[in-house]
Design a protein around this ligand. Structure first.
Ligand code: SAH
Ligand code: SF4
Ligand code: F3S
Length: 447
């Protein structure tokens, strides 16, 4: 590929999960040899990419209203004799590609998450015609993406597994991301080394079901997530390892043991249960019972007693009774979470649950969500306040909101603001937690 030295402005707006954040970085990497450089605002951009998410309601509407807003930038660029390539990527593009092309004639390109390595060819093509690419190629995009560039920062994301074969009845991911796929151990180690060399001290391994990871090792054998983490922990300069998102059905002893044995693996686990009711779990096709989840948590806490747990919840799934919802509140009380996301069930076109009997009225969903969030917030505040007075290692990952302050993350993934000189940025220091609020902590250097 020839390198173009004329700099062109690339603006990428990202919605959705961390995997989209990772993908946006990789799209910038792929486009760099064509002369595109990322910018933070759409003004004057030569190319705009909306990296979209389709997980809950109004996803497509949001894309259209953003496109409407961005059109003014395209027009001013045109008035100056230039051109902005307008592209829609990500999960909405995958699901609604043709519809977007039809309704927004000024969109030049629509392409799905498995096609990013083909971006240079698509960009060339888009100078003459409109491009739609929602293929699910049999070859992995990872084989063709260039190496990570060196501006990923202190904390980096790294996709190790993609796609999902579980087909929970509410979820679009198996349709937008395709079937489950694990990258090889070697590829992940090499990419991690590049990130660490460029300054990353923490890597978060990503996957829709990251603990379903089963990549081929150098020895030709299949390695699970626990083994992958153990191998990554040997990289000098890499201080903290995290992973997202785990599925209860894929939880294996090896990973639980890793939390006991590998100090670089942070004591935090995002393990969504969605509902505490066995009836609803069955209707969701989660294929495990609430008690199985309780048993997993007990094993995890045995291995790492101070581990912080987090989860995702859906309220108002079709057929959810008051008792089902009470079961969800009960599991929250039983587990006690440091953090959690909770959502009203949102019917997604093409998923089985969207056509189920017993859709729940919006007011009921709202009321249940509020009750659940009140309980989760209480637990989050209690967890944060329970940290006051403790000394813990904190990785400073960006400037704080005030001068003289740095922002960091605790091992339990809490945000913390600390009075600290700028030269501490990018490294781990012991911090004494002074105060705990609902969403973050404050602290002071303890060394
Ligand atoms: N693979 C992960 C979840 C990925 S999607 C898992 O199985 O746990 C992220 C979260 O979005 C889900 O955990 C779920 O809580 C929420 N979600 C997905 N589809 C949804 C829908 N149709 N309505 C509401 N929330 C949804
Ligand atoms: Fe969606 Fe279920 Fe797959 Fe998670 S496991 S991505 S919720 S289908
Ligand atoms: Fe959204 Fe796609 Fe991620 S639907 S949550 S961006 S996998």
């Amino acid at each position: 590929m020839t390198t173009n030295t004329n700099t062109k402005k690339l603006f990428i707006k990202t919605w959705g999960c961390q995997m989209n954040v990772y993908d946006s970085n990789r799209m910038a990497d792929v486009l760099a040899p064509l002369g595109y450089k990322p910018v933070n605002a759409p003004e004057g951009a030569d190319m705009i990419i909306l990296n979209t998410c389709h997980i809950r309601e109004k996803a497509t509407d949001k894309v259209f209203s953003e496109l409407g807003r961005l059109r003014t930038h395209m027009e001013s660029k045109k008035a100056e004799g230039g051109r902005t390539l307008m592209a829609v990527a990500g999960c909405v593009a995958q699901a609604e590609g043709d519809f977007i092309m039809e309704r927004a004639p000024y969109v030049d390109m629509v392409f799905g998450p498995q096609t990013y390595h083909e971006l240079p060819q698509m960009v060339m093509k888009a100078t003459g015609e409109r491009v739609v690419n929602t293929e699910m190629p049999t070859q992995s995009k990872f084989d063709h993406l260039p190496q990570e560039n060196d501006n990923q920062g202190v904390t980096a994301f790294l996709s190790v597994q993609e796609g999902c074969d579980k087909f929970c009845t509410f979820c679009v991911v198996p349709y937008t991301r395709g079937t489950e796929f694990s990258r090889s151990v070697n590829e992940i180690i090499e990419e991690s080394k590049v990130l660490v060399k460029a300054g990353a001290r923490e890597i978060t391994l990503l996957g829709q079901n990251v603990n379903a990871y089963h990549g081929t090792g150098k020895d030709g054998k299949t390695h699970k997530l626990g083994s992958l983490i153990a191998q990554l922990a040997e990289i000098d300069g890499l201080e903290c390892i995290r992973y997202l998102t785990s599925h209860p059905r894929d939880m294996e002893q090896e990973l639980i043991d890793a939390h006991r044995d590998i100090p670089k693996l942070m004591p935090f686990m995002h393990l969504p249960i969605q509902s505490g009711s066995d009836n609803i779990l069955k209707a969701m096709n989660r294929k495990h019972k609430a008690d199985k989840y309780r048993d997993i948590i007990a094993d995890v806490k045995k291995a790492r007693p101070d581990i912080a747990m987090s989860s995702d919840f859906i309220v108002g799934f079709p057929g959810e009774t008051d008792q089902d919802f009470e079961d969800t509140l009960q599991i929250v009380r039983d587990v006690t979470y440091a953090f959690a996301y909770s959502f009203k069930y949102s019917p997604r076109p093409g998923t089985p649950a969207a056509n189920m009997q017993g859709q729940i009225h919006e007011n009921v969903k709202k009321e249940r969500l509020q009750r659940l969030q009140t309980l989760l917030n209480e637990q989050q505040i209690a967890f944060n306040q329970g940290c006051v007075g403790k000394i813990m290692p904190v990785l400073f990952d960006r400037k704080g909101s005030r001068d003289g302050q740095l922002h960091g993350r605790t091992p339990y993934n809490q945000s913390i603001h600390v009075e600290a000189p700028e030269n501490k940025y990018g490294n781990l220091y012991k911090v004494m937690v002074r105060d705990g609020q609902a969403n973050s902590l404050t602290g002071e250097l303890a060394e």
